[in-house]
Ligand binder design. Structure first.
Ligand SMILES: Cc1cc2nc3c(=O)[nH]c(=O)nc-3n(C[C@H](O)[C@H](O)[C@H](O)COP(=O)(O)OP(=O)(O)OC[C@H]3O[C@@H](n4cnc5c(N)ncnc54)[C@H](O)[C@@H]3O)c2cc1C
Length: 376
């Protein structure tokens, strides 16, 4: 039994490292962007790594999207640029429901361009009055003549304005349905979301009676919530991968600094309390990485059945990243505070990870619920 990654995943990490090295010189600029950074997008496109986000039948690398492959790639990308990581991940997050349950012609239209990073994808669930409480959404989809009509407002949607299409969760009668809305249809208005502490391509999207063809329905009426859960089951654990990468990058910054800076006649790293903070950080990173890889492997076998393991990995890794990056800022003293330095960027970028794709506190509720149903 080996706890090491199989070669095919190591090779993916190498591919991701090559992409990260290309983006590294302009990563600070990209991470400050609230719009898509053209050079970063071009580099992602050239890398062909978005092929990991769709099934092989539509131009992807694996028969089905492999959560472990996505997680190990995000680990590498996030260590260099959150903008790059987000562009990559959203190709899968925005297209997963379509790949699972879209009609063949619709898949044929959109999935190959997603795999080639020629079309950007988005997933629109959150609304002004419905965040963690997804069932509280009020956007509707209804049949009208030969069309489906979407009405409502989504907020804090990644890739808003840049996406070629939105996978939209909407109420339909008493249930929830998912539809694909091309981004250039009349009736769609995008406004920027407030600028976050860690900039992100983010906006609010209004759908004013937007008419789409009935074949843009994804799955059957009433399938929406399951499709969204299915997407989270595949991609939530990849946030854990990104958090591990972020923490590792923060530790590298802290080690570099504390090895070379001397106080009281010796390097900071040789002072007991500093050494303890860094040793604890390394240990926690290794633990979170193992948990992440294991949860991602389980998700590969049965994504929905192992959702609570993905939630545990996301909870553990993002909370770990916050602790680690905070310690790293601490041991770097005033250099940890310099705006737009690498460590300061990582410090800001760690924070939203504990809120999006399931806030930590909400994940804990789901994990406890699974605990009450299962023995392990
Ligand atoms: C960078 C970023 C990108 C995003 N991208 C997308 C996207 O692409 N598509 C999309 O649909 N959404 C997106 N979101 C929205 C994101 O999914 C929501 O922010 C998230 O679901 C939390 O909802 P909320 O912010 O409304 O917080 P609220 O639901 O208002 O919750 C606030 C806090 O209250 C606590 N809380 C809430 N409910 C409970 C509970 N039942 N028990 C215990 N504690 C609770 C948690 O601490 C939570 O953080 C994005 C958000 C960010 C920050």
């Amino acid at each position: 039994m080996s706890f090491e990654l199989p070669d095919e995943y190591r090779e993916l990490q190498e591919e991701a490292a090559a992409l990260a090295a290309t983006v590294d010189p302009y990563a600070a600029e990209a991470d400050a962007c609230n719009d898509v950074h053209p050079q970063t997008l071009a580099a992602l496109r050239a890398s062909r790594l978005s092929e990991l986000t769709v099934p092989a039948e539509y131009g992807g690398r694996f028969d089905h999207v492999d959560p472990l492959a996505v997680a190990v790639v995000r680990e590498v990308l996030m260590a260099t640029s959150s903008h790059l990581d987000s562009l990559f991940a959203l190709q899968g997050i925005g297209s997963n429901a379509l790949a699972k349950a879209g009609q063949p012609a619709l898949k044929e239209t959109w999935l190959p361009p997603v795999a080639k990073t020629e079309a950007l994808a988005a997933l629109a669930i959150t609304e002004p009055h419905a965040g963690s409480d997804v069932r509280g959404i009020t956007t509707t989809v209804r049949s009208e003549g030969d069309s489906l009509v979407v009405t409502g407002e989504k907020s804090y949607i990644s890739n808003a304005g840049a996406a070629a299409f939105y996978t939209v969760l909407a109420k339909e009668g008493d249930g929830f349905s998912t539809v694909l809305v091309p981004g250039d249809l009349p009736g769609i208005t995008v406004t920027p979301a407030p600028e976050l502490i860690a900039p992100h391509v983010l906006g609010d999207v209004r759908f004013d009676d937007v008419a789409i063809s009935p074949d843009h329905r994804i799955g059957d009426p009433g399938d929406g919530m399951n499709l969204v859960l299915g997407t989270l089951a595949v991609f939530r654990v990849s946030v854990a991968g990104a958090a591990v990468g972020l923490a590792q990058a923060a530790l590298a910054e802290a080690v570099r600094h504390t090895r070379s800076r001397e106080q009281f006649g010796r390097p900071l790293l040789r002072h007991g309390p500093v050494a303890v903070m860094l040793a604890d950080s390394w240990t926690e990173i290794e633990a979170a990485r193992l948990l992440t890889y294991r949860a991602a492997s389980r998700a590969k076998q049965d994504a929905l059945g192992s959702l609570h393991h993905s939630s545990m990995a996301k909870l553990a890794a993002t909370e770990m990243a916050a602790r680690v990056v905070d310690r790293c800022v601490q041991v770097m003293g005033r250099w940890g505070l310099v705006h737009d330095s690498k460590i300061e960027r990582l410090y800001r970028q760690a924070r939203p990870m504990r809120i999006y794709e399931g806030a930590s506190d909400v994940l804990r509720l789901g994990i406890a619920k699974a605990l009450s149903l299962e023995e392990n």
